[in-house]
Design a protein around this ligand. Structure first.
Ligand code: FAD
Ligand code: FES
Length: 287
């Protein structure tokens, strides 16, 4: 049976049906990425690992480009708002959708559907006897780990955080989302922390005596996730991975996000994920 996901909050209900407009309260640079905040008056508080389908109210399908669907973006943090909840997102402009989100100004509005998908679970729910958590994030994939770290902290779950970035341009969220905690860093160009991959740090940590008492939680590029999955499998350490797949609807209707299961068949990442246990995939698909 799948482990129980972290609850959103005591008062959390289901996501409102349909999309709703939410106002942008802030948009600031963060390393090579942007952090923007939306005021969600209607929605319940999300759980770490969940995502929203987002589309800007203005200019989403203009400029002579193809009209396109909302984009899946993980919630990175939440905070109090005068009404409802403040949702923070970490975004990297890699195409027309994320470029529009990067350009948002205070007062603009965004069409929001969510929170969608499942969430990360507590270590003891993933593996009986596991007490601690090792969070491994890469690039824009550090986003959902920020909310996860805070929620674990509130529940007195011991957490170690390992983050990796390709270079300074492909980095962000450190001060904004992880400023309050100790983080071990890796960068491929050596601009911060260990020169190399974040999985080098994980391999060294898993070689330690107490590795079996922790569960690894990871989000990042597919090749990194596959390295994490393989390292954990080799050491019999349980892990949960937040996967990505192209998403058109976000709620199970289009099968655009289907990924193969090891024992045959497919799962829809938008409703069966995005968080999966390492043993739920034979391999994380990567180029
Ligand atoms: C559950 C989930 C959570 C996400 N969270 C975040 C987030 O917090 N911040 C963030 O910046 N992005 C996030 N993404 C990724 C983002 O939704 C996609 O990159 C999106 O397609 C970007 O739209 P675009 O129009 O800017 O670029 P597009 O034109 O759609 O794509 C730009 C490039 O990315 C490639 N690409 C697009 N989607 C995917 C994918 N799912 N997997 C691999 N390659 C892809 C394309 O082939 C192309 O090379 C998330 C995706 C998912 C599924
Ligand atoms: S995105 Fe449509 S079924 Fe998953």
């Amino acid at each position: 049976m799948d482990p129980a996901p972290l609850p959103r909050s005591e008062a959390a209900g289901p996501a409102p049906f349909g999309r709703r407009p939410c106002e942008v309260s802030e948009n600031r640079a963060s390393g090579g990425y942007r952090v923007f905040s939306l005021l969600d008056r209607e929605g319940p508080e999300p759980a770490p690992g969940q995502f929203y389908m987002l589309a800007t109210e203005r200019h989403w399908s203009e400029r002579g480009e193809r009209p396109f669907l909302p984009r899946a973006i993980s919630v990175a943090e939440t905070g109090p708002a005068a009404a409802g909840v403040r949702l923070d997102f970490l975004v990297e402009g890699v195409g027309p959708g994320t470029d529009r989100l990067c350009e948002l100004a205070t007062g603009d509005r965004v069409w929001v559907t969510g929170p969608l998908g499942n969430a990360f679970s507590e270590p003891r729910q993933v593996r009986p006897g596991a007490a601690g958590a090792i969070l491994v994030g890469g690039g824009i994939g550090v986003a959902p780990l920020a909310l996860l770290r805070r929620r674990f902290g509130e529940r007195n779950v011991p957490v170690r955080v390992l983050l990796g970035f390709r270079d300074q341009t492909h980095s962000g969220g450190l001060d904004d989302l992880f400023g309050c905690c100790e983080v071990r860093l890796a960068s491929e160009d050596g601009h911060a922390g260990h020169r190399g991959y974040v999985t080098d740090l994980l391999a060294a940590m898993l070689a330690g005596d107490d590795a079996g008492s922790a569960v690894v939680y990871s989000c990042g590029p597919p090749a990194m996730l596959e390295a994490v999955r393989s390292l954990c499998a080799g050491r019999e350490v349980a892990c949960q991975l937040a996967l990505e797949s192209p998403m058109a609807c976000g709620f199970g209707a289009c099968f655009g996000c289907a990924v193969p299961k090891p024992d045959g068949g497919y799962m829809r990442l938008c409703i069966d994920g995005p968080v999966v246990r390492g043993d739920q995939v034979a391999e994380v698909p990567h180029a």
